[in-house]
Design a protein around this ligand. Structure first.
Ligand code: SF4
Length: 376
């Protein structure tokens, strides 16, 4: 089995591991996973917690002290697991453990949720899959991270762990203007003291003038996440975002691309929320036409959310979606290789970048073949 197919299968079915008690189970982004380097040279974040993982054909075990992935008891490939960040052992000058300020989502990306609450989360606007406030309840993070603590933590993560980029996400703030002011201040401080590329993830702001201000505050890339292009699922699963409306997302993406550049703006598209598959492909086309990277990922259930018992989509579904999206991206000559910071530059929660590479190499081979055919 090639590593691309293995990654798709692992993200759909999960990996059983001997001990999952220290795995992050809430917060932003696909949680409940671990980072793996599949030797020799490819990386993935794969789910290891949740009921669906118990029936996975894949498990992790040791052979002569080395970590290997097994399928149905047959050893497939050796892997390396990402250890804890070295900065996790330290505290900020005000005594907060740095692990509560941010985490490594992969060896190169420092990630944190600036505002760990969401105005949508406690009423009917809540996204049904989202676990943003769960990590506040279990006290594994703090509600709002200030610039000083972030600068200290990121500087140390850069020094000790060699991170190369940052992703800041956030819930929806009750006072958007105030929150954006704060984000701009944080990004500016972090950029000044670390120089690292920053991706900021936000909902479409009321005033699009904010995008220019964020850019001049040191933000390099923007994540504005629609999650689904299926109108019914938009209303049912992400009602707060549906109130903002697709048109507003599109306006924000267009303005974002004008300011940050093509492929520096991205959006998550989740597969497995109950959507019609053609809406995922059509959505990828809409994004690519604008110059927005469609970060397609399989839905991953989080315990404690209304969708905790929904399984991720089957691997065959993801294979199909990835290969169609890769074809679309190649027509627009863009994609994950242009990602400067955050989820797109890490890319491990999705296998789309691997399908883009596959498509690219097939096209190159085909072009060479065509050139080698005598015309007469
Ligand atoms: S907007 Fe939706 S996904 Fe984002 S933090 Fe709020 S509830 Fe979660």
């Amino acid at each position: 089995m090639d590593s691309r197919t293995l990654k798709v299968e692992l993200q759909s079915y999960g990996l059983r591991i001997p001990d999952s008690k220290n795995i992050r189970r809430g917060g932003a982004g696909p949680t409940g996973g671990i980072h793996l380097r599949i030797l020799p040279d490819t990386d993935a974040n794969v789910p290891v917690v949740g009921d669906f993982v118990k029936s996975s054909p894949y498990h992790l075990d040791k052979i002569n002290g080395e970590d290997w992935i097994f399928r149905d008891e047959v050893a497939l490939v050796q892997v390396e697991l990402m250890g804890n960040g070295r900065f996790y052992d330290h505290k900020t000058s005000s005594g907060i453990p740095m692990q509560k300020i941010g985490l490594l989502h992969c060896p190169t990306t420092f990630a944190t949720t600036l505002l760990q609450t969401c105005d949508f989360w406690n009423d009917e606007r809540r996204c049904q899959f989202c676990g943003i406030e769960l990590t506040l309840k279990d006290r594994s993070t703090v509600g709002f991270k200030n610039a000083k603590a972030l600068v200290e933590t990121i500087q140390l993560a850069k020094e000790l762990d060699g991170i190369s980029n940052i992703v800041f996400t956030s819930g929806v703030a009750p006072d958007e203007e105030k929150a954006l002011e704060k984000y701009a201040e944080i990004c500016s401080e972090v950029k000044e003291h670390t120089g690292l590329p920053i991706q900021l993830q936000i909902v479409p702001p009321e005033d699009l003038g904010w995008l220019e201000r964020l850019k001049s505050s040191g933000v390099d890339a923007l994540g504005v996440h629609i999650e689904t292009f299926d109108p019914e699922i938009f209303e049912k699963i992400t009602p707060g975002k549906a109130m903002i409306g697709l048109d507003r997302y599109i306006e924000t993406w267009r303005e974002g691309v004008r300011i940050f550049g093509r492929w520096a703006v991205s959006t998550y598209i989740l597969v497995g929320l109950g959507e019609r598959l053609e809406t995922v492909i059509d959505g990828a086309e809409i994004c690519a036409e604008i110059g927005v990277y469609p970060f397609i990922v399989p839905f991953r259930p989080i315990a404690g959310t209304p969708m905790e018992n929904v399984k991720p989509p089957k691997a065959e579904v993801m294979e199909y979606v990835y290969s169609e999206a890769a074809k679309i991206l190649s027509r627009y000559d863009g994609g994950s290789k242009s990602g400067v910071a955050g989820c797109v530059s890490c890319g491990e929660c999705s296998v789309l970048p691997d399908f883009e590479m596959l498509h690219e190499s097939k096209t190159v081979k085909l072009k060479k073949f065509i050139k080698s055919i005598p015309v007469n």
